[in-house]
Design a protein around this ligand. Sequence first.
Ligand SMILES: [Zn+2]
Length: 300
Amino acid sequence: MLTLILTVMITLHPIGYVHNKCMESMTPERIKQEISEIEILPEYAEGLKSVEACRYLDLVFYLHQNECVQFTTPIRTGEERGVFATRSPNRPNHLGITTVKLKKREGNKLYVEGADALNGSPVLDLKCCDTSVYEQENIHNAIRVDSPRIDIVRNILSNETKELLLKSAQLHGHICPGLALGVLGATTVMQKLYEQGEDSKDYILTVEMQNCLVDALLFVTGCTPGTHRFQEGDPARMSFSLKNREGRGWEVHLKDSNRAWIAKQVPASFSVAEKGFAVLQLCFDDLFEMTELSGKSSEN
Ligand SMILES: [Zn+2]
């Protein structure tokens, strides 16, 4: 088969420029500490509509100060690597791509953290950062610092209850059916909350039980005594609720029949931890009763 390879000249037009105090002599780490202004040219400014919705952006820029190309280059450990296995600026097309954090926008100017572009670098593109391909454990630490519960939120949205049970057990000290019940109950309520586009930071968890479930409820909802979004009620009620200031939310009651149901569904020969994982496979409605609370209007 004949393959025709065309050498194409590509002409790129800057959409803007980077302004900061960074000169060529500075290390990338030092440059990243600076706040950079990205000025988008007026003819491209319409493309910034709703850019505030992106907390992280991929900044594509031209490494205008670098003219040389090195196909191999030593990295910090001294190991010699090919240029495509490094972030060296001495690359064939002199393109820089860096994920930056958007701090604020003023008209056609964006102020970002984490850019390693020198002052005057032509900006070729900006894209909303997509981290969906990253493995859970590889979520960038900068994102973790900003949103420490991001792993838990992803687990809830993806219904990864096994993962949530393992993580709750780091707090609880062991895996047991009670902890699994708490994971199941709290995950279901949190999914309802996220469906409404809300976050638990505006909600208070009221726990009316004193058992292993409580630790999973705290962990999954993020409503802890330290955040002042946790309170205890009558432990005899065997229920919990997640409510906002208006009293809107959900109340979840653990059915009296839960033990008998679990005993029927989960083999007695299982270890306590195995029983915990098995409980996650059970149907929420067979174990709990959930009531949606409509808040103030319902009290009238
Ligand atoms: Zn337990």
